[in-house]
Structures are given as C-alpha cells and as structure tokens.
Design a protein around this ligand. Structure first.
Ligand code: FES
Ligand SMILES: [Fe+2]
Length: 350
C-alpha cells in the first residue's frame, strides 16, 4: 500500500525498551528496523548501543564478554570500549605499530527518558551523527516514571501496526465488552484534527458519552490524542484541574514481519492506586484483543489481497502514508519536512 517509500523511516528515535531491561555488566541484543543492536550500561549507569557485529569477522558482539566497560569479542578477543572504539587486538605482536583505535563499531545515539530507552536510527551510519530531531516528548516531567509497561509483538509490519493503532472503526468490533461499549449505542462521532510536528492530533475534547471507562473519573475530563511517526500514539487525559492520565502506545518495527507494541501508562490520580489491578487487566485485555485480530489479519495478508482505505474512518491511515512518504523524501534531500495534514473535522460511527 505504501507508494514507493521503503518500509522503515530513518533519522527518527525508536523505543528500545523500559530502562529496567538494561543492567550494569549485561549485554542485551535487540533487532530494530531489521538491524541487530547490542545494548548495555556502563559503570556509571549510562546506557550505550552499538551495532551488534564485530568489525573483524562480523560475529555478534553480544556473544562476547562484557566486563569493566569493555566488550570482548568471543572469536579472536578484540576489545572495544562502550563507545565502540577498539582498544586491543590480542593476537597482534607486541612490536606492531597498528593503532587499534582506528577501528570503530557503529555507535547509536541513545536517550533515556522517564525510564524508557530510545535509539536514534540514522539514514546513514556515519561517525558523530547529530540527530535532526530531539527524542520524543513523553508529556511527563523528568522525575515522573511510568507506572505500567506492557509489551507484545504484533505479527505485522510497521505500516499495518500503525494503521491498527490509529484506526477508529475497529473499536466497536474488536474492543466491544459489556463494561466498555455496547453495539446498541453506536453514535456519530465528530473529531477535530490538527497537524503536529511529525503527525496529527485529535484536538482536546470531552471523552465520548458511550465509553463507560471514563465514567469513574470525576471532575470533568478532557482528552487529546496525538499520533507521530514513526509510531507513537499519546493520549493525554486531563482530570479536573490538577490530575492527569498519560497513556502512550509505541510501535517499534523489529523486522518486516514483526512489530513490538509497548504500552506505558502514568497517572497521578489517587483512585488509580485502588483500581490498579482492574485497570491493568483492562489494558491487557485491549492489547490482547488487538493481537487476536492481528493474528487473523496476518493469515489474510498471506494471500496478498488488494486493500483499500475508504472515507473519513480511514483518513488517518491515508495521512500516515502521506506523512511517511514526505518524511522519507525530506530526509533523502536533506530538506525540512513539511506536514501535509491540514486542520480538518472527521466523522465516523463507533
Ligand atoms: S570476529 Fe571478533 S575478534 Fe574476530
Ligand atoms: Fe485496538
């Protein structure tokens, strides 16, 4: 469906994992955008990310040893510091004049925000990359930590996963449950949209009356939902004057067939501490329902059917493809990205 664009968008920050995955002295390997990346934390606690191939003969560095801020390859023992610079080649005779620091493993830029670890995936793997974009704004202040993190792997590429995330029309059929919505109460929805830096947002509004899930929140609530490439959906719910709920769903493409979905959740509402387990269960159930329909979608797509995106319920999906296409062009030409989305009101029945 995506016109000529390649599957992955580059020069953007991608979520790797929750900070608790990275422990001092341990190497963690993860595939992101089809690239194998080895992660670790140095002695001071600072995270690092390197290409997971030894520059000698290509063995994954994650198969080696990590001690005293040094990674040693398991094949011929070459050593690297956490910036990826080679510090020793054990087989080299003592009188050799070769300077090992000329050899460097590609080092990815990494950022740790609110206990989440992000990696910048550049278009070109050049030394001293300067990111075009800051890491994403997770709405919270630096000291606030996410209360809940849930991760599942969707059996789909990033495009299908994004569309599943921003698709309003599946909610009635996939997430229908007695305490959330009932099919007999379908309503015509009217939502205002505006462009953001790298996506679009559903302008702050009162939550829809047929979502009983919001009923427990007293004091007037309003919600704003933002979507930005590569795949971050942020729902910010203001409760009364003082409290907030932040619910962020982040997609990280692992490869052409798998996309990791991470849901992180924050609230400063005291009642949430009592409702913690039911809330958690509700979140899990939602993700489980999406996963269920994605398994079916995966089956259907095997026969490579022709697909269609039709009308206002599918317009956000069309915006996604257009933003993606223009982002890729802007990065190739080293130009400013211009968002094609215009302020607009969309309608659908859910
Ligand atoms: S392959 Fe890593 S040291 Fe030879
Ligand atoms: Fe869903």
């Amino acid at each position: 469906m995506a016109a000529d664009a390649s599957l992955y968008l580059k020069n953007l920050w991608y979520l790797a994992f929750h900070s608790s995955f990275l422990k001092k002295g341990k190497l963690v390997v993860k595939e992101m955008l089809g690239e194998k990346i080895v992660f670790g934390r140095d002695a001071t606690g600072k995270p690092f990310a390197l290409r997971d191939n030894c520059p000698h003969r290509g063995v994954p560095l994650s198969n080696g040893w990590f001690k005293d801020d040094t990674i040693q390859c398991c094949y011929h023992g070459w050593m690297f510091n956490t910036s990826g610079v080679c510090t020793s080649i054990p087989a080299m005779p003592p009188d050799a004049t070769f300077d090992p620091s000329k050899i460097k493993v590609f080092q990815y830029l990494i950022a740790e925000i609110n206990d989440t670890v992000w990696v910048y995936i550049p278009e070109k793997k050049l030394p001293n990359t300067i990111p075009n974009e800051p890491p994403p704004n997770l709405v919270l202040t630096v000291d606030q930590k996410f209360k809940h993190v849930e991760t599942v792997i969707m059996p789909a590429d990033i495009d299908h996963s994004v569309i599943g995330l921003i698709d309003p029309a599946h909610v009635t059929f996939v997430h229908q449950s007695w305490y959330w919505r009932s099919a007999s109460k379908l309503k015509l929805k009217e939502k205002k949209f505006e462009p953001t830096a790298r996506g679009f947002k559903m302008v702050r509004h009162k939550p829809s009356g047929n979502s009983k899930g919001y009923g427990i929140l007293k004091g007037g609530t309003s919600t704003e939902i933002t979507f930005e490439i590569p795949g971050i959906r942020t729902e910010h719910i203001q409760v009364g004057e003082k409290n907030q709920i932040v619910s962020i769903t982040i997609l990280t493409p692992l490869n052409e067939n798998q996309t990791e979905l991470t849901h992180i959740f924050y609230t400063d509402i005291a009642i949430a501490n009592f409702l913690w387990l039911p809330l958690k269960r509700l979140g899990k159930q939602f993700i489980g329902q999406d996963l269920g329909v994605f398994n079916k979608l995966n089956e259907g797509l095997k026969s490579k059917p022709t697909l269609s995106l039709i009308g206002e319920p599918d317009l956000q999906a069309r915006w996604y493809y257009e933003i993606k296409r223009l982002w890729a062009i802007s990065q190739q030409n080293n130009e400013q990205f211009v968002n094609p989305v215009q302020p607009q009101t969309l309608h659908w029945v859910t």
